[in-house]
Design a protein around this ligand. Structure first.
Ligand code: DCM
Ligand code: DCM
Ligand code: ZN
Length: 291
């Protein structure tokens, strides 16, 4: 995703943080980022072009060597992330680091900013696809401008959607999404069948999807987080869209002014809302789950 998509995901997540996760986010990010996952979500994209952070560029995606044009979509950790340098392992790594109290405040802030960003990117179908360099090598048109398929999904389609339906603002988009998807969120967290809400102690989410967050916290308390399992589930879910809407354009179609746009928008809305909610749930498990 581009800046607007990432900021929206951060703003969605910020609404659902449990007390300890919220306290960590606020003090770690501080005034530089207005104490919020929204403004901090784009940091990882800004630094990847700096020499000092070049190493982080491959961590924004996983090149799934599947075959979306023949209807065969899949993600495999061994096949697609064999060198251990992809978004799956990055999420596992920064999950450990954000909670590691022996690291410096700067290192833990960096881990938080990477998680804030990578839980977003993993929901973008073309960040979970090797074909034509994740669509970067497929030329496309968006509202009359020349672009490529990847960039259309990162920015062109998202901007048109935010401008035409959400007042041009990522904060407004985030609150619109939170309202529309409230009843669906429990399914977004489930990826194993084990549920054990062992001890519903001091977490006070008020009306904010308390039961759903607790069902994940319960699993974590019972079994500890398995850092790679969840990212793989999320990756497979977004990769599946590469076999439906993503490559379903016709030649020369303007992606942002045609039926393609109408089909892409519900996927973009869902993926952004879902990853925002999962980011909050993830941080809640890390910071509030073990109390
Ligand atoms: N930082 C940032 N934006 C940048 C570069 C760095 O917010 N473009 C943050 C990341 C670190 C801190 O500032 O937490 C110090 O970064 P560094 O160690 O790269 O100087
Ligand atoms: N990207 C991707 N998969 C790849 C290569 C790149 O998802 N195999 C993403 C990262 C950026 C965008 O595509 O969001 C553009 O990449 P770059 O800046 O490397 O051209
Ligand atoms: Zn990115």
């Amino acid at each position: 995703w581009g800046a607007l998509g990432h900021e929206t995901i951060g703003y969605v997540a910020q609404q659902f943080l449990a007390p300890k996760a919220l306290a960590f986010v606020q003090s770690s990010l501080g005034s530089t980022y207005n104490s919020s996952l929204g403004p901090a979500a784009t940091w990882a994209d800004n630094v990847k072009y700096e020499t000092a952070y070049e190493w982080s560029a491959p961590l924004h995606f996983v090149d799934a060597e599947d075959s979306p044009l023949t209807g065969s979509c899949s993600v495999s950790e061994s096949r697609d992330c064999g060198d251990g340098e992809c978004i799956l392992t990055a999420i596992a790594n920064y999950t450990t680091r954000v909670a590691e109290t022996s690291l410096s405040a700067t290192q833990r802030q960096e881990a938080l900013k990477f998680l804030d960003h990578f839980l977003g990117d993993i929901g973008q179908p073309l960040h979970v696809e090797a074909y034509e360099v994740g669509g970067n090598d497929i030329s496309a048109k968006c509202s009359g401008s020349s672009t490529n398929l990847h960039a259309a999904w990162d920015t062109g389609l998202v901007e048109k959607n935010i401008d035409s339906s959400h007042g041009g603002s990522p904060q407004t988009y985030a609150s619109d999404l939170t309202g529309s998807y409230k009843s669906l969120t429990s399914g977004w967290l489930s990826c194993t069948s084990t549920t054990d809400p062992a001890s519903k102690r001091s977490l006070d989410l008020g009306s904010r999807l308390e039961a759903d967050v607790w069902s994940l916290l319960g699993r974590a308390e019972a079994a500890t987080i398995t850092p790679l399992a969840y990212p793989l589930v999320w990756a497979k879910e977004s990769n599946a869209y590469d076999c439906s809407v993503v490559f379903g354009y016709t030649n020369g179609e303007d992606l942002c002014t045609s039926s393609y746009f109408t089909q892409a928008v519900p996927v973009i809305d869902l993926q952004i809302a879902k990853q925002g909610y999962r980011l909050a749930a993830w941080l809640n498990v890390i910071f509030d789950g073990a109390t």
